[in-house]
Design a protein around this ligand. Structure first.
Ligand SMILES: [Zn+2]
Length: 207
């Protein structure tokens, strides 16, 4: 088991079985341990829920090492979907405007040269510089590598003869959540994503 596994995504459902978030395995286990959530497991077309102790017992016979967290006294199968007891609000319709989410939207690619970089080698850049009235918003902030950032400086795109790989916009919540966990376990999450589709998509489109 690696640190990446602990940081990989777990689908979070509220008590109405609506998709509300994707959290790390670490956080999911924490919520489970504190009895704020149950594990949801889909097997043979049926859905099962487990509290922490039940999940612990269930995990003892599980053999896939890559999907197991080991503690000194027991092992725990990594949950992939959790169901919250306490959160029953309507799912968030907007992706929060945060550094992390801008990086995710842009796929860690510099939006000027189009190359992919490690997070630490990217900056956030205002397409219209703040000094010229550019806003802090999804529509004006993009990922930029250091060389492009320096080249652009405080000028407009036209002035420096640069262009954007893609026009920045607010990500659609559903597609955003989906792309975050497309790399793992798509099958098991699919049912809930489809549910999310029926629950949130129309409201998203109004923006
Ligand atoms: Zn660049």
């Amino acid at each position: 088991m690696t640190v990446e596994v602990l940081n990989s995504g777990v689908l979070v459902l509220n008590s109405l079985w609506q998709v509300v978030d994707v959290c790390s395995v670490k956080r999911a286990v924490c919520l489970l341990y504190l009895s704020h959530a149950q594990v949801v497991l889909k097997e043979g077309g049926s859905l099962y829920t487990f509290g922490f102790e039940d999940w612990k017992d269930f995990s003892q016979d599980y053999s896939s090492d890559s999907q197991i967290i080991r503690t000194i006294t027991y092992k725990l199968r990594i949950p992939r979907i959790i169901l919250l007891f306490i959160y029953d609000k309507i799912p968030p319709r907007k992706v929060r405007f945060t550094r992390r989410n801008v990086y995710k939207r842009d796929g860690s690619r510099c939006q000027y040269c189009g190359k992919k970089f490690k997070s630490e080698d990217l900056n956030l850049d205002h397409v219209i510089p703040v000094s010229r009235g550019g806003k802090d918003s999804w529509y004006n902030v993009v990922c930029s590598c250091v060389p492009c950032n320096l080249r652009k400086g405080d000028k407009s795109l036209v002035e420096v003869g640069m262009s954007l790989v893609r026009k920045p916009t607010r990500p659609n919540w559903r597609s955003f959540v989906k792309c975050n966990f497309s790399e793992i376990n798509e099958e098991n999450w699919k049912d809930f994503l489809d549910l999310a589709y029926w629950n949130v998509e129309l409201e998203e489109d109004k923006e």
